[in-house]
Write a protein that binds this ligand. Structure first.
Ligand code: AMP
Length: 543
């Protein structure tokens, strides 16, 4: 016997219409590429999303056709999210930090029909437009009078002119909730990038999960700043979860330096923010240099790579801001776990609470976790046993776009994340490494994340990356590559001494090498493959 409740499909269009009706005056504020602040409401955004939908119909786009975007976080990008997916097409966010050839490759692989871009990405578009064989329409996200006359791009139109004549009304179509809504390619550290194709159902369920109190805790009382780009796994789903809850949205545009982010947090009364650790490094340095404070910020979600404990402590002790350490991946829409204390932990002394808060947190309902040994046997949740992390759930990938790479799932629909983790008795996950970055010395694993986190707590260290180098006796040994903080004098020995009593002696790196820069990928993660390549001829010191 089936239940007798309405079989209403979970569709992305319902999120913006809900926000427009129930949170019509809640604000969406965007720092524009031009530098000024644009301000309007969910009701205004819904009108313009409907116009985008009408304009796509007029171009003759079919159901499930892909529309690419190369854009910063801003109101026009937000309207595209809803106009494209709501009308049954697929919004394909492309990372503009990739090299132009990769952007063209991805647009061709996705078979994008339309490509919408911020004018700051005009140089990329000029370099690739003739190579994008499927794109028929190029739309610059600007006013008609800002459209460059001499771009050389055939048929280039301004976004404002494109949607100007469309109706404010639009009958959002109703269709199967499993239909594709958004497409995002993985950062692809090896081989070609692969597409994760989210459905309406997975996106709406993920928004519910992300908004929960023990996840990001979004509500109509929050003002949220997604610094994480809308081209990085849909800004972790915040554009959907914010509309679902009526939270004020503050979009930072292209200005992600410490000063711009701090100014925006203060001027817009931001209560929570979200981004990768590298962004917060810039903000914290700026604040320390200028003796600044936060007047409204309560929490910040940090994920995408391991958040150094020193950063969590600095936010909390110096600024009274709670870091919500989160873990996920493109293949998971992206949210897997968020670190929020449980009731009994709120009574623990500060030091013991910190030992919990540095972990990547607990699973959001909708994400099942397992850790297994190399033979696939389950490992105990004792906070000690580290194993390959497997996940499953309704917003986790089943297969990559166009079936690239074959079936990624293990028996029982478990997706292997490629991460190595422990889980403790309270269910808190701690990522110890990527399986391919793990360092195996004398048959024992060394967590490169642990080694890096300790170094990051040293006052003279701006950034640290731990990689393995071959060793005749131990197979592999860790070395540490460090960028010093400007104006700080710190020696190799200072850093090695800093490990004393923090990890076992055999886990301490064999050498510390100072560099001016460490290669970062398009989403701000350290590129260990490049770093290992850079140090491939390195010889360990004798002894
Ligand atoms: P991406 O799909 O580009 O978002 O990358 C996902 C990968 O980033 C994960 O599989 C992890 O290896 C890493 N990652 C994400 N969040 C964290 C975190 N909080 N701590 C450690 N690694 C993380």
């Amino acid at each position: 016997m089936l239940g007798l409740m309405q079989d209403q499909p979970l569709l992305i269009s319902s999120l913006i219409e809900f926000a427009a009706r129930h949170h019509r005056s809640a604000e969406i504020v965007s720092r524009r590429v031009e530098g000024d602040l644009h301000r309007y409401t969910y009701a205004d955004a819904a009108v313009r999303a409907r116009r985008v939908a009408g304009a796509l119909d007029r171009l003759g786009l079919a159901f499930s056709d892909r529309v690419g975007t190369l854009a910063w976080n801003g109101y026009r990008h937000f309207e595209l999210y809803y106009g494209i997916s709501g009308s049954g097409r697929v919004v394909h966010t492309i990372n503009p930090r990739l090299v132009p050839e990769q952007v063209a490759w991805i647009a061709n692989h996705a078979e994008d029909q339309v490509l919408c871009f911020d004018l700051s990405f005009l140089p990329i578009v000029k370099a690739i437009w003739s190579k994008c064989t499927t794109v028929k329409h190029w739309i610059a996200l600007c006013d008609a009078d800002a459209l460059p006359a001499d771009s050389g791009i055939a048929g280039l139109r301004s976004y404002e002119a494109w949607i100007a004549g469309e109706s404010d009304q639009y009958d959002w179509p109703e269709f199967d909730e499993r239909s594709a809504a958004a497409l995002c390619y993985t950062s692809g550290t090896t081989g070609n990038p692969k597409g994760a194709l989210y459905s309406h159902r997975s996106s709406v369920l993920h928004a519910y999960g992300a908004a929960m109190p023990d996840a990001m805790g979004l509500s109509a009382r929050e003002s949220i700043l997604p610094v994480v780009p809308m081209f990085h796994v849909n800004a972790w789903g915040i554009p959907y979860a914010a509309a679902m809850t009526g939270a004020k949205l503050v979009f930072p545009g292209a200005a992600l330096d410490g000063k711009s982010v701090h100014d925006l947090i203060e001027s817009e009364g931001v209560t929570m923010a979200a981004g990768v650790p590298t962004v917060w490094l810039g903000l914290l340095n700026h604040m320390a240099q200028h003796g600044l404070r936060f007047s409204t910020l309560k929490s910040t979600v940090i994920g995408g790579s391991a958040c150094p404990p020193a950063m969590i402590a600095s936010f909390k002790d110096t600024y009274g801001v709670t870091v919500l350490h989160a873990w996920g991946m493109t293949e998971m829409s992206p949210l897997g776990t968020v670190c929020n204390l449980k009731l009994h932990q709120t009574r623990l002394p500060a030091e013991q609470q910190m030992a919990v808060l540095v972990k990547q947190g607990r699973a959001v309902f909708g994400v099942e976790l397992r850790i297994v040994d190399p033979d696939g046997r389950d490992l105990p949740w004792d906070g000690q046993s580290a194993g390959d992390l497997l996940v499953k759930g309704p917003w986790i990938i089943q297969s990559y776009f166009k079936g690239e790479g074959g079936d990624p799932l293990l028996p029982g629909h478990w997706f292997p994340t490629g991460d190595v983790a422990t889980i403790d008795t309270d269910g808190f996950l701690q990522i110890t490494d990527r399986s391919k970055d793990v360092i195996k010395s004398g048959g024992e694993w060394i967590s490169s994340i642990d080694v890096e986190n300790i170094a990051m707590a040293h006052p003279g260290v701006a950034m640290a990356a731990c990689i393995s180098v071959p060793h005749p006796k131990w197979d592999e040994r860790p070395i540490l590559v460090v960028i010093k903080k400007p104006g700080q004098e710190v020696s190799r020995q200072d850093i090695l001494d800093f490990y004393a009593g923090k990890i076992a002696k055999w886990q301490v790196p064999d050498d510390v090498l100072f560099v001016d820069s460490i290669p970062l990928g398009a989403t701000g993660k350290i590129q260990k493959i490049k770093l290992r390549e850079q140090f491939k001829d390195y010889q360990l010191p004798a002894g």
